[in-house]
Design a protein around this ligand. Structure first.
Ligand code: ZN
Length: 151
């Protein structure tokens, strides 16, 4: 997994340095807060939903490099997708980061660039950092308005 690990590091550094969609999208009509007490990561995800489609999405907050990079890549991955597809992508992503660290992740065309997060498998403490933005996105899409927890 050394190639993937290298890609993991460069991708996370890049997205942490210049996060994509780090903003409140114009016309956002759903939002939720997320907090990962294990690491201190805080994120707020804003979504513009129209006819069940994530038309636009952005985030704010502060956290470790993994949580920031994950939020950044998540916004790129779900923008333009129907809510149901975004939910499915979260399930796949969750499977990816919680998989057996000793096995090479299976190639999943749907996951695309998010595959670099397979590197998180080796660091179970970091799984919550990587999934925080996704949990928060789900809360935002459901519109519950509650603070998403990583439990
Ligand atoms: Zn973290």
């Amino acid at each position: 997994m050394s190639e993937l690990r290298e890609l993991y590091q460069t991708t996370i550094l890049d997205h942490n340095k210049s996060p994509r969609n780090f903003r409140v999208p114009e016309g956002a009509n759903h939002a939720a807060d997320g907090f990962n007490p294990l690491c201190g990561d805080k994120v707020k995800v804003h979504v513009k939903l129209e006819d069940g489609v994530v038309v636009d999405v952005g985030f704010e907050g502060s956290g470790c490099a993994i949580s920031t990079a994950s939020a950044s890549m998540m916004t790129d991955a779900v923008k333009g997708r129907p809510v149901a597809e975004a939910e499915k992508l979260f399930e796949r992503f969750h499977d990816l980061v919680t998989g057996d660290p000793l096995t090479e992740p299976e190639f999943d065309p749907e996951i695309g660039k998010l595959a670099v997060f397979a590197g998180v498998r080796e660091f179970p403490m970091r799984v919550k950092c990587a999934t925080l933005a996704w949990h928060t996105l789900r809360s935002a899409m459901e519109g519950s308005g509650e603070v998403a927890k990583t439990e």
